[in-house]
Design a protein around this ligand. Structure first.
Ligand SMILES: [Zn+2]
Length: 327
């Protein structure tokens, strides 16, 4: 058996470490007492959905832990549950497994800050992605959090319907510099996340998928990562990245190839003000992940075989691009 949290070998259900991180050690089964939202007598009523859904296109539910059971809640949600999304994209039944795998790769292979997450099943057997909220304070309130559309003061009213896609990653970095006092540390995290989205083929890392959160000291840092998945598996024709790397130009190599290669990320890291030796080291980590860990995680994931292959092929194509044109 594979633990539906960390994807490591385990006897049954969630392993001890995952139980500790996700449920403070409580013995929670990977099967909910709820039925999936797509069957007629579902427990998840439409009105309930509407009230408790969190911003975003996909329907999300808010859960809390009641003894050893995860239950729907309107207040004090500790978890977000994302069932299979509806829509016209391909292989959407695989989306929860895709997001879970991507978050595990982010955490285990690339050391990004990732909230505890796992796969869980509805009573009727359909899959959902479960993630622990990271904005909870001990006193029951939430830490103040703003995404980079809010920080840039961009809305559909001010910048039209595509406002989430209206800045570059370089401009997000400029906002980090002016908004976050410990920006040197945060910019390196941001650089890693942009590289991650590129190699994993997440083409939907727009302004609202980056956020800053207040700490208990009152200052701001970037939040743990969220909403990461290989979107290319569901939308093969999409553009490589949701935003362009640079404000106002493409590099000569980009113009020659039509996609970003080593040169672009090298330049991008330098523009962010990260030391050259660090830029090189970080890109190197994304070029040559240790011990084929990513391949192993893909293999152990809950994706079906067809999607495992698509995911793997997409990933290695991008990793190879990072070996092209090293400065
Ligand atoms: Zn585990």
């Amino acid at each position: 058996m594979i633990c539906p949290g960390c994807l490591k070998e385990n006897d049954e259900g969630y392993c001890t470490k995952c139980k500790k991180e996700l449920f403070d050690g409580k013995k929670v089964e990977p099967i909910l007492t709820l039925k999936s939202p797509y069957i007629d007598d579902s427990d998840l009523f439409y009105d309930n959905t509407k009230k408790i859904s969190i911003s975003g296109v996909q329907v999300k539910y808010s859960l809390k832990l009641d003894n050893n059971q995860l239950v729907l809640t309107e207040k004090g949600g500790q978890y977000i549950l994302k069932p299979i999304p509806t829509g016209t994209f391909k292989h959407l039944d695989q989306a929860p497994a895709n997001e879970h795998l991507t978050m595990q790769i982010a955490r285990q292979a690339y050391k990004l800050t990732v909230p505890p997450n796992a796969l869980i099943y509805f009573k009727d057997g359909s899959m959902a992605y479960l993630v622990r909220r990271f904005d909870q304070r001990g006193d029951g309130n939430r830490y103040q959090q703003e995404d980079f559309a809010q920080i840039a003061q961009m809305t559909s009213e001010t910048h039209g319907e595509n406002y989430k896609y209206d800045l570059s990653y370089e401009e997000i970095a400029d906002l980090i510099k002016s908004y976050i006092s410990t920006y040197r540390i945060e910019l390196e995290k941001f650089f890693r996340l942009v590289l991650f989205n590129y190699v994993i083929c997440n083409g939907d890392a727009h302004l609202k998928n980056f956020s800053a959160i207040q700490t208990s000291h009152g200052d701001y840092v970037l939040t743990p990562v969220y909403d990461l998945l290989c979107t290319k598996s569901h939308s093969p024709g999409e553009s490589d990245m949701a935003l362009t790397l640079f404000k106002n130009r493409f590099s000569k190599t980009y113009e020659a190839y039509g996609f970003y290669t080593y040169d672009d990320f090298y330049l991008f890291g330098n523009r962010l003000g990260i030391k050259e030796s660090r830029v090189k080291k970080i890109i190197q980590e994304f070029k040559e992940p240790a011990d084929k860990l990513v391949t192993q995680l893909i293999d152990k994931s809950f994706l079906n075989d067809k999607l495992k292959k698509i995911y793997n092929d997409n990933y290695y194509e991008r990793v190879n691009r990072l070996s092209m044109n090293p400065s």
